[in-house]
Design a protein around this ligand. Structure first.
Ligand code: FES
Ligand SMILES: [Fe+2]
Length: 378
């Protein structure tokens, strides 16, 4: 099937800048999970679509602001995760729970603002929406309803399952020299699992790779199934190779089991999230946060479902889960970095897609629609 995206869509800085505006500056982007912001004044900082953003809990309400001080544009919260009031460390301007400037200096003459002038200064605030434990931010001045991005069924499942997320989590983040879209296309590519991950992916999962019946030859043209934004998000899952193959870890008896026990559920949330629920007992979330055309920040977090009884070795379970996921992911990253070099050096070639890859074409079509570019085979 003819691809919809050309190599330059993955390497060109102008195209990347437009994606930042039209996709990441307009859609709901997963920015945190509630356990990261559980207590009053807990905050998380991150860069979204080139903007420095801080999410902060004030008395149980999570809000998102620009993390850039209005005085001299210093960073207000400096750590990635922390717990402190919104006070800029440079000259101690203080902002309240709604981002309003409430204090400049104990001697008002130092700045010489009237109270009205002070009250008029505030941090730009961004829209926040939650689905279960998932916290989304929208950078647009006029955010689209989140229901337009994720359909009822997806929201209902995410709400029900992630509401059972435990308060403990493990998190890591690193940067890779690849385009964010190849990261998302990779997770939609079932065939690479038994190939690239032959030695690392747990053998107790069965990976079914099937060709799409709608495929009619190598040079056929992609026909969009449905052009709504909601269709850009997909979900699926793997089953255990045989019933009863799920490893019977002792800790699984100590957590609430979800009704998706026995499955490896995946949600590919458009544009940049891969959320997995393994055997109804743990969550793994990967976020592909674009930094440049050839640079992506990968955020990875793991949490269990809520404990029935607290158990002392939970950190070990989280650590082992993360290490196992990272071992698989490192193979992806090595491959994607090589692929990025290939894309940069083979601008005249295009991908050659087969019948099992229509999910990738769905993703490419969704990207083009957000970019307001007609979906033409390339
Ligand atoms: S830059 Fe923040 S108080 Fe001066
Ligand atoms: Fe992979």
């Amino acid at each position: 099937m003819l691809p919809l995206l050309r190599p330059f869509h993955y390497t060109d800085s102008d195209w990347f800048a437009q994606e930042q505006t039209r996709i990441f500056g307009r859609l709901w982007i997963l920015a945190a999970v509630k356990p990261m912001l559980a207590k009053h004044r807990d905050y998380r900082t991150l860069t979204l679509a080139g903007k420095q953003v801080v999410l902060q809990n004030h008395d149980g309400v999570i809000r998102a602001f620009s993390n850039v001080c209005r005085h001299r544009m210093a960073r207000i919260q400096n750590e990635e995760f922390g717990n402190r009031a919104m006070v800029c460390p440079y000259h101690n301007w203080a902002y309240d729970a709604c981002g309003k400037l409430i204090h400049t200096h104990r001697d008002p003459a130092v700045f010489g603002f009237t109270p009205e002038e002070t009250a008029d200064i505030g941090l730009p605030q961004y829209a926040v929406a939650t689905i279960g434990s998932l916290v989304f931010v929208n950078l647009s001045d006029d955010p689209l309803p989140i229901e337009e991005q994720f359909d009822d069924h997806t929201r209902e499942l995410l709400e029900r399952y992630t509401a059972q997320m435990d308060s403990s989590f493990i998190y890591t983040r690193y940067e890779g020299a690849f385009n964010w879209k190849t990261g998302m296309e990779n997770i939609k590519d079932a065939l690479h699992v038994p190939c690239l991950h032959k030695s690392t992916f747990p053998t107790y999962f069965r990976v079914d790779v099937m060709g799409d019946e709608a495929f009619h030859g190598r040079d056929s043209t992609y026909l969009p199934r449905d052009d709504s934004l909601r269709q850009a998000t997909s979900s699926g899952g793997l089953r255990f190779a045989q019933d009863g193959d799920a490893p019977a870890h002792e800790w699984k008896r100590l957590v609430h089991r979800l009704d998706c026990q026995g499955n490896y559920l995946t949600f590919h949330l458009f544009p940049n999230v891969n959320l997995m629920i393994v055997d109804g007992s743990s969550f793994a979330i990967q976020i592909y946060n674009p930094l440049a055309a050839g640079r992506t920040e990968m955020q990875m977090m793991v949490a269990l479902t809520r404990p029935v009884d607290d158990f002392s070795y939970k950190p070990v379970v989280l650590w082992e889960h993360l290490v196992s996921d990272m071992t698989v992911l490192q193979q992806d990253i090595d491959c994607l970095e090589a692929l990025q070099t290939g894309l940069a050096s083979a601008q005249d070639h295009g991908f050659i897609h087969g019948a099992y890859e229509t999910g990738i074409l769905d993703f490419q079509a969704a990207c083009l629609r957000q970019m307001q570019v007609a979906e033409k085979p390339q």
